[in-house]
Design a protein around this ligand. Structure first.
Ligand code: THU
Length: 139
């Protein structure tokens, strides 16, 4: 795995672009996620809800699926943006399930970047979002 640097702005732009394609008629909460893989490629996902509510899928899960489908196996960084369809972004921390999904392909220091309505970025390490976690090395 080589080292790549993706500008944070570029990553947030990718997340914001895909967010508008979310299928979120039930919650009205549109989420976009972008992940950088070990080759420096960006993969994106948006939330896809379902009339059978529990079958809905988070934006992060979609981005991870896209990464894996493209052959990526390492997550170097994640950006998430969320908010109502019309209106300001709100800080959108990944749900517990998505933290574990990120965990599968990331390292303790992998950073998850969140943006608020004012454009302020909060950057959190995965080990702080999901402490004492279970991962592939346990098996
Ligand atoms: N959602 C995401 O896609 N990612 C998050 O980080 C938090 C929540 C989605 C799930 C659901 O479609 C909607 O946002 C409201 O919970």
């Amino acid at each position: 795995m080589t080292h790549h640097t993706i500008a944070l702005d570029t990553l947030f732009e990718a997340a914001a672009d895909v967010r508008v394609r979310a299928h979120a008629p039930y919650s009205g909460f549109f989420v976009g996620a972008a992940v950088v893989d070990g080759e420096g490629r960006i993969h994106v996902g948006c939330n896809v809800e379902n009339a059978a509510y529990p079958e809905g899928v988070c934006a992060e899960a979609g981005a991870i699926s896209a990464m894996v489908a493209a052959g990526g196996r390492h997550i170097l960084a994640v950006a998430v943006v969320g908010g109502p369809a019309e209106g300001d972004l709100v800080v959108c921390p990944p749900c517990g399930g998505c933290r574990q999904k990120i965990r599968e392909f990331a390292r303790a220091e992998t950073t998850v970047h969140l943006k608020d309505a004012a454009g302020a970025v909060t950057s959190l390490r995965l080990e702080d979002l999901l402490p004492i976690s279970f991962g592939p090395e346990h098996l």
